[in-house]
Design a protein. Structure first.
Length: 418
């Protein structure tokens, strides 16, 4: 009798082991649009998040939802900045405007020997004749008034709009008592000239690459900039130059290699481009900015995936880590409707502490979040990995896994590539 029970138990364990083996999957090779790390680094723990308790949760999604990843920010800039010295301001600093009603902001740069200018210190020249600024501008605002409105500019900042009835063309600023350096910002809300800037992604990993697109426009017509340059600046001041290349189709882009050692100083990396062109006798200047998050690649999905349908749908993802920390995985589970079309069903997140080496993060989609109208085969998409200890996104895959569960045999896929 005991032998019979033992035989039955061994048979059951063998069957369970066979079923488990069949549930193994591999992440497919990453696409060019995915965020993945080619190498890992052991970044220090900044001491932001000491939580170690594991957590996981999931929630239902409507099958009719159209899930889309937000596109990277696009800056359509009608503005530019200039660093102006005291001597330039005393002589008269000329600005070419391309539309009436330019908004000008003057901010003193930090320094011991500087003068904060007021509107009464300024003279404005429109069409070559200087006059007190108060006659040529409207809506003048001080730094204190800006702060009260929620705009925190440096002490001594003044902002005003050139009266629209004065038209466009060259405007000169002059202040006889100027001392130190000033940042002059010009915004032309009515101008047809824009510099359009975007990055191919909002998140990147140190040691990886990022592509930057920048192009001048007059209305909706793309025009050539006579000068176009830029740089990426890390929070610690490290810079990466951008060298733009024009493709055969006229598009203009630059590909930057990000430093392998990510800035240990918290904050976003700033992408700043500047362009110049000429229309008639007027010089058109534009600056555009955007920001990206650059993370130290402390972990990545190792590629192995295990799936179980014992209590809903459980998908366990192997994780390779170079630094101990609290890591988070998230993903969206799709199910097949009666016509075999994949529909979004539920989203899940999980977080746990993983020491340096290898570990696992499991997404649990319980029966309470599964849609009874959606069945296997499933798909796991929008798969992401985060480092909660260092507050960084490390990996994102639009297409994670397809053909999961049900009676379909596991489809062989190429091993994950990094």
């Amino acid at each position: 009798m005991k032998i019979q029970h033992l035989t039955t138990l061994l048979f059951a364990l063998a069957a369970a082991g066979s079923a488990f083996a069949q549930s193994g999957h591999r992440l497919p090779a990453a696409t060019a649009d995915d965020l993945v790390a080619s190498r890992l680094v052991a970044a220090p723990d900044p001491g932001i998040n000491a939580e170690r308790a594991p957590v996981q949760f999931a929630w239902k999604l409507k099958a009719t939802n159209q899930l889309e990843t937000a596109a990277p920010f696009v800056d359509d800039s009608q503005q530019f900045w200039a660093n102006v010295s005291a001597k330039q301001m005393q002589r008269g600093y000329a600005i070419d405007t391309t539309a009436p009603g330019a908004v000008i902001r003057i901010s003193p740069q930090a320094g011991n020997d500087m003068t904060m200018l007021s509107l009464s210190d300024l003279e404005l020249s429109v069409a070559g004749k200087y006059a007190p600024a108060s006659r040529a501008v409207e809506r003048a605002t001080t730094s204190e008034e800006l702060r009260q409105a929620g705009a925190d500019f440096s002490e001594g900042t003044i902002v005003f709009r050139v009266r629209p009835e004065l038209g466009e063309g060259q405007v000169a600023l002059r202040a006889a008592n100027a001392r130190g350096n000033y940042l002059v910002h010009v915004y032309e809300p009515a101008s047809p000239y824009r510099l359009r800037l975007s990055a191919d992604r909002d998140n990147a990993v140190a040691g990886g690459q990022i592509a930057i697109s920048a192009r001048m426009y007059e209305g909706e017509l793309a025009i050539k900039a006579s000068n176009l340059g830029g740089l990426i600046t890390a929070p610690d001041g490290t810079t990466v130059d951008l060298r733009f290349v024009t493709a055969a189709d006229g598009s203009v882009s630059a590909t930057a290699d990000l430093p392998a050692d990510a800035s240990t100083q918290a904050g976003l990396w700033e992408v700043h481009t500047f362009a110049a062109t000429k229309t008639g006798k007027v010089r058109v200047l534009r600056d555009a900015k955007t920001a990206i998050a650059v993370s130290a690649p402390t972990a990545r999905f190792a590629g192995d995936v295990r799936m179980s349908e014992a209590n809903g749908v459980r998908i366990a993802l192997a994780v390779e880590t170079a630094a101990a920390g609290r890591y988070q995985a998230s993903g969206v589970l799709y199910g097949s409707d009666a016509q075999g079309r994949l529909q979004p069903m539920a989203a899940a997140q999980t977080a746990a502490w993983i020491d340096a080496g290898t570990g696992e993060l499991a997404l649990q989609f319980g029966p309470d979040v599964l849609d009874t109208n959606l069945k296997a085969p499933y798909a796991l998409r929008d798969l992401r990995l985060f480092d909660q200890t260092r507050m960084a996104q490390l990996e994102r895959r639009s297409a994670g896994l397809e053909a999961l569960g049900g009676d379909l045999p596991t489809r062989p896929t190429a091993p994950a590539e990094y």
